[in-house]
Design a protein around this ligand. Structure first.
Ligand code: KG4
Ligand code: ZN
Length: 336
């Protein structure tokens, strides 16, 4: 069964064809980095305009690369939130039109659920139940995943997402956008113990906070503008990674689970991957790390989650709404 996935939740226009929820036939991502780079962050109006220009060519390319026609598709899975309203609107309206014209079923997929189901697109596929850390530019949350549609949020950021902190610190250091990969690179030349940045624990809960860490970096730069950028990058990254790993492992321990999935753009960070692999070896748990194109936003993850939703029989109506602030819990995963 072939599913066409569409994701326009943020600043990437993506379409993908996935077979039976696990095999990627094509996965096209058109990045908007060069548009938003000069602003050091996403400009929502520019993002939605670009989605409008790119949605047709990207869907066409996904079908062509898969050697499929629209009539070979069993269902269209579209991300309906969370995300930027103008951006989501482009993908959802496009999917509805395509579904209506070609009389194809449509399913609505939560973007966060999509990130979790990225892990079903590469071997080894994790078996339920497992812990998932979704760590991106818009989200930082830990979930217990007991089955399809069975998610319990165990912790979340109370302020900035981890990726947002990487982007803001990169901006303070005069690096490019998005900042995560630049910090990742620059850190290789710096000392991770040069500056002791805070590692907020928030009353021993599984919640995160990254805004204080970002402010500490700003104060450090103001106090001594000559501090080496490499050392700041490496020390900041070390603090962020420490907190992400500690909270995720604590969640696994509390729940008695030994499988951990890392997903979202920040999970492509080299230090995070190296450190959690080391802990997995020492502490005997299984960690599932995805290849970088599946960590960042992509439509294959939407098609994968959409396949399982379609099998459940939860098709979406053409009058469904999109939701900018959509949580990931069983209720929020109901059809449009
Ligand atoms: O998942 P994603 O593509 O989009 C959202 O759903 O937000 O994540 C993008 C975020 C950006 O904040 C970017 O700086 C961060 O992921 N990122 C990284 C790395 N690659 C991307 N952060 C740290 N290290 C990286 N290598
Ligand atoms: Zn995302």
């Amino acid at each position: 069964m072939l599913i066409l996935g569409i994701d326009t939740s943020c600043d990437d226009t993506s379409a993908s064809i996935v077979e039976n929820g696990t095999k990627i036939i094509s996965n096209i991502v058109s990045s908007q980095n060069e548009i938003h780079e000069k602003y050091g962050g996403i400009v929502p109006e520019l993002a939605s305009r670009r989605h409008l220009e790119m949605i047709w060519p990207v869907v066409d390319e996904a079908l062509n690369k898969a050697g499929a026609g629209i009539n070979d598709i069993s269902a269209i899975a579209v991300c309906h939130g969370p995300g930027l309203i103008g951006s989501l609107l482009v993908g959802v309206c496009f999917a509805k039109s395509l579904a209506y014209v070609h009389n194809i079923q449509m399913v609505a997929v939560n973007h966060l659920e999509g990130h979790i189901f990225s892990s079903f697109l590469e071997e080894p596929i994790p078996e339920f139940p497992f812990i998932a850390l979704v760590v991106s530019g818009g989200h930082t949350s830990i979930y217990k995943v007991e089955g399809f549609g069975m998610y319990t949020e165990l912790g979340r950021t109370r302020d900035d997402a981890a990726g947002e902190a990487f982007d803001k610190v990169a901006k303070l250091l005069g690096l490019g956008y998005p900042g995560g990969p630049f910090i990742d690179d620059l850190s290789k030349k710096g000392r991770h113990d040069a500056i002791l940045f805070p590692r907020p624990s928030i009353n021993n809960s599984l919640d995160f906070s990254f805004s204080g860490l970002k402010t500490s970096v700003l104060n450090c730069i103001r106090k001594d503008p000559h501090t080496k950028k490499e050392d700041i990058a490496a020390s900041f990254q070390s603090a962020a990674v420490d907190v992400l790993i500690e909270k995720t492992l604590k969640a696994a321990e509390n729940e008695g689970l030994d499988k951990i999935v890392l997903t979202g753009g920040v999970s492509s960070n080299m230090t995070l991957r190296k450190m959690i692999k080391k802990r997995a070896q020492e502490e005997k748990f299984n960690v599932y790390l995805l290849s970088p194109p599946l960590c960042t936003d992509n439509a294959a993850m939407i098609a994968s989650a959409g396949f399982f939703r379609f099998k459940q029989g939860t098709a979406a109506g053409l009058d469904g709404k999109l939701r900018c602030n959509l949580d990931l819990n069983p209720k929020a995963c109901m059809p449009l």
